[in-house]
Design a protein around this ligand. Sequence first.
Ligand SMILES: [Zn+2]
Length: 313
Amino acid sequence: MTPLNRRRFLALSLGGLGAAAFAACTSELQVGAPELPQAAPTTPAPTLPPPPTPTPLPEPPVMPRGREVVTLMPGTEWEASGVVFHSGQPGPRLMILGGVHGNEPGGWLAAEGIAEWEVQRGMLIVLPRLNHRSAAAFERTIEGYGDLNRLYPGDPNGVPMARMAHEVVGLATEWRPHWLFDLHESWGFFNERGPNGGTAFIGQTVTSAGPAPALETVASLVEAVNARITSREELTVRSRPGGNFGGGGVFGDRDDLNGLSVRRGSSSLSIGRFVPGVNPVLVEMGQQDQPETRRAELHQMLVTEMATRLGMT
Ligand SMILES: [Zn+2]
């Protein structure tokens, strides 16, 4: 059993205990209720049952300070490792995805650096190279794998990247990050796009899928980063509430890809729909006339700003 599966089992057990505790509390209240006197001849007020109390999801446990290695799709050729850094203190939980597309090195270089960070509060979850075989081939993805950023929430029986998406959602469900940053690259700069720019010109953009307060936070960090970089490098904030971005087709329909059934899905911006409480942010740096070291640096500046504001550093 992998550490991932062990922890998932633990989370499920806690959920069951929570439900049992709630049931016990309810019956105690009924036992202690005083008997009411006979109703007076006036019309009694109708008695309504109390509204059901939603069972809150248990908070993930605070683990002792240290770095834990996690492995997604263990034992397969797509196996991807990552780290969970536990500060040992309760606090914000921040998740970083890198290497979702194999021809976007700025994102995975940044994520590999972030995987070395230590935080003082909360926890940091980093999956730096999610599609490492595509990265080795320097292709967006390999034919037959599927596009990881079009397959959320994933499918445990689907093509390799659908299975990977399923495991990313599983890890997010386990640790329930408050924020998830997915680090990508595009070719052109958004501010330099022509009338037919399309998705090849979304470099230097930061897209928030969260509700208005999350968008305000993202806009504020972008403003802080923009004050420290050149005018060409400036980042543009975009909003895609709920993450309806690039799914293509009807969500949930099945396509056939090399004989394997693939459920049409969405980008990582949709993860908040599957894991309550997650605010996804998709970052795109432009590759055109911008060295990859600088792209990685800009990704890290943004994540550093977020971690600082969250009081994690
Ligand atoms: Zn990408």
